[in-house]
Design a protein around this ligand. Structure first.
Ligand SMILES: N[C@@H](CCC(=O)N[C@@H](CS)C(=O)NCC(=O)O)C(=O)O
Length: 199
């Protein structure tokens, strides 16, 4: 199966980490959504990455649906262990996805011409991120002990903040969260997918 992704995309990164963890055979195809590649548009009418084209059947998007699909394939482990059926952890997963949403929306606003940027929205995204991190940090002990989708979305969100919003400086204010991210960061699936600028 083929996975359309772009290197800096944190949503695409979650799918790239997951298939590595599950040792699935996936061909990664780099597509920058802003180039409107016809293959990507044909696969995902929203023109977004990640998008999965399985061997047979319909395309699969978005990242959480791809995660559920990968996890449903025969594989060595359950990447939703302690998340499905556990409402506090399922809510923390939604929180981590929401952190990604705010961080990406903030980045998109920063990419506009200076006069088109909105200080109202940029502040709002930062406030949501600040409160979200403050909510997550004291709940780290609740997370499943295994490496699950929750850890994947969490680390992808935090490292995306390092990548796109270094001036936000979250690591100075959230020491335990920063140590938590670092304790997972040398996993090969995370190291192989760390965001960098597209060439
Ligand atoms: N909810 C989607 C979000 C995907 C998304 O927004 N991807 C961005 C890249 S980070 C994208 O492709 N943006 C292109 C666009 O908005 O046109 C998911 O979880 O997969």
């Amino acid at each position: 199966m083929k996975l359309y992704y772009s290197q800096p995309s944190p949503y695409a990164r979650t799918a790239r980490v997951l298939h590595r963890e599950l040792e699935l055979s996936v061909q990664e195809v780099h597509q920058h959504p802003f180039d409107n590649p016809p293959e990507l548009i044909a696969a995902n009418p929203l023109g977004k990455v990640p998008c999965l084209v399985p061997e047979a059947g319909e395309m699969i998007f978005d990242s959480l649906v791809i995660a559920e699909y990968f996890n449903a394939l025969p594989g060595p482990k359950d990447m939703f262990a302690g998340v499905h059926g556990n409402w506090p952890n399922r809510t923390l997963l939604a929180l981590c996805i929401g952190l990604l949403d705010s961080a990406v929306a903030w980045q998109q606003d920063k990419m506009r011409e200076a006069e088109q940027q909105s200080s109202f929205w940029q502040q709002r995204y930062q406030n949501a991120l600040e409160r979200g991190l403050a909510f997550l940090q004291p709940r780290l002990a609740l997370l499943p002990k295994e490496f699950t989708v929750l850890q994947i979305y969490g680390v992808c969100a935090l490292e995306y903040l390092d990548f796109r919003h270094p001036d936000f400086g979250w690591r100075h204010r959230f020491g335990p969260l920063s140590s938590w991210a670092d304790s997972l960061g040398d996993r090969s699936s995370l190291m192989a997918t760390r965001p960098q600028e597209s060439k």
